[in-house]
Design a protein around this ligand. Sequence first.
Ligand code: SF4
Ligand code: SF4
Length: 285
Amino acid sequence: MNNNSLVISIASGKGGTGKTTLAVNLAAVAGAVTLLDCDVEEPNDHLFLDVKWGESREANVLFPRVDTNLCTGCGECRKACRFNAIVILGKQPLVYPELCHGCGACFLACPEKAITEVPRAVGVIERGPFRDIEFIHGRLNIGEVKGPPLINDVKEAARGNDSHVIIDAPPGTGCPTVEAVRNTDYCVLVTEPTPFGIHDLEAAADMTRQMGVKHGVVVNRSDIGDDRAVRFCEERGVTLLGQIPFDRKAAEAYSRGELLVDALPKYKELFSDLWQTILKEARNA
Ligand code: SF4
Ligand code: SF4
C-alpha cells in the first residue's frame, strides 16, 4: 500500500442494515480498489460481483498436539491456558478445538516438550478481480468458530496492494467485528432510523471509539423511521456521511443480485459522492 491509500471499514451493530450494499457499490465506483469481505461466517459480497476467481487457499490456525509418549500429565499446560481449552483426563491433556485460540502458551509451558503446534484448517481465502476491484474474501468452514484468525488472514492477503482498501466487516460488535475494524483508517457505521437500529448504532460507535478508529454514519432506508439517527450524530459529534432513502426499485435490484450503481443511474452519483466524502473524512481523521 502506498502512503496515500486508506483502509476503510464498513460495519453495523446488527445485520440487515445494508452494509453489504454499501460495501459493494462503494467499491464499484471507487476506481482501483481492494474489497475485502471479512464477514467470514456468511460472505455474500461476491453474489453482486462477477468475480474471475483466481487464487484459492486454505487458512490455518496453529493447534497444539500432545505426544502421549513424552507427556507426564503434570498439568502445566492446563494451568498456562487462559482460555480453559485444556482438561487433564486420566493424566493426559485433552484440548477442546472450539476453545483453543492457538496462542501457543501451552507449547511454551510444557516442561517435557511434549507439545507441538500443527496447522488446522479453519476456512479458505479466495481472490480474483472484478472490473477495477481486487476482491478477496474468507469463508469459515461450517461449524468452525475461529473467525478472527481467518479475518486477520484476509486482511494480510491485501497487504502490499497499492490501492485503497474497503473492508466489509461482520455485523455486531463481537471479536470478529473488532478484528475486521482494527487498524483501519476510518469506519463507516451503517444504521437504520429505528429504535433497534439506534441501539445497535450506539454499541458500534462505542466499539469504534474504544478502538480509537474515527467513524461516521450512513443512515440507510432513512425515511422508514424518525430523525433519531441524525440526532444521535449531532449529540455525539459524529459525522453524518449520508442518508439513503428506501427505494423499492433498489430493493428489487438487490434481490436480483445487481449492483445499484449498474441498475439505477442515480446511485452512481450517490455512491461516488459518498465515497469522496468518506475519503475526505478519513484523510482528516
Ligand atoms: S494454544 Fe493457547 S488456547 Fe490453545 S490450548 Fe494451548 S494455551 Fe490454550
Ligand atoms: S505440560 Fe506437557 S507434560 Fe505436562 S501435561 Fe501438558 S503436555 Fe503433558
